[in-house]
Ligand binder design. Sequence first.
Ligand code: TXA
Ligand code: MG
Length: 331
Amino acid sequence: MLEPTETELLNPDAAGMERAVAIWRKGGLVAFPTETVYGLGADACIGAAVARIYQAKGRPSFNPLIVHVADLDTARHYADFSPQAEALARTFWPGPLSLVLPVNKDGGLSDLVTAGLDTVALRIPANALARDLLRAFGGAIAAPSANPSGRISPTRAAHVAEGLGGRIDAIIDGGNCTVGLESTILAPDHTPPALLRPGGLPVEAIEAALGQHLARSEDPETPVSPGQMTSHYAPTARVVLNVATRPQAALWLGFGPDCGGADLNLSPTGDMVEAAANLFGHLHRLDQLAEQRGISEIHVAPIPARGLGLAINDRLKRAAAARPSGGAART
Ligand code: TXA
Ligand code: MG
């Protein structure tokens, strides 16, 4: 399951669904149809599974992913719903709307899904096969569009096979996507509620339901979607990159076998998937440790830019970037 070479093509029947769910349970990758686009799904609670999504897509950065669930009760396990969020969910779910909500820290989602943020984007897809799969799985599936990074989003199984064949475990064929455009992303608890990405659900429909206009990304008050932020998770401690030897007065985040004495190691064996899965959690823990010990810097060992290393370095560079307000940037 670690390095798939042959991608199984599954039918949208009981056997195909059972196989898809079994692969998800083992931490594998299955592309599945939603009404918007095909998603590349993995168990959102298994860090290494989520890391493989980025690996398969060749995504050069870790943007937070949308989490898919079967129903509102399951959604409540992973995020906190304000009355306004609840009302929107009841009106537009299942459907092409993702809601960005405060994450429930005890829900078990991998840090890589939220990219270390305090919020998570959730949705219940309307596609019947997607919902049946999610119901059978029972938990949370992280799924970006099932295309190699930078390529066009797939709206049929053949598109997925063209782009990701040989790099993922399976594709379940559910025919054509009816909407063909990614979901609309909304932050309902922002005042006023903010549109973070236009998509398959028209803004007018949301504004009519709310009886007010949405804040748009061109407004200076609107929170920017993390994909566009320079520094969206930055520890309080200063981050210094490419430190190959154990520092004297700083904490050291290691990578690979040559980092004896590191306070934490992203992957002692130099495994990129493991390193990616550990990245945000280790940064959080070192930041806490720095605060407890009165240490002001976290130094990070060099990480080769191969495979997921590109995305890991991208994130680390953002964590090390100058803070917009000069203070801690925990947005
Ligand atoms: O239609 C869709 O939404 C498709 C299908 C497969 O469901 N999925 C999709 O997922 O487009 P993805 O992972 O490519 O969308 C991720 C985007 C991020 O780039 C970011 O802009 C936004 O969702 N996002 C995710 N989590 C967020 C958060 N906590 N706060 C703000 N924006 C978030
Ligand atoms: Mg995409």
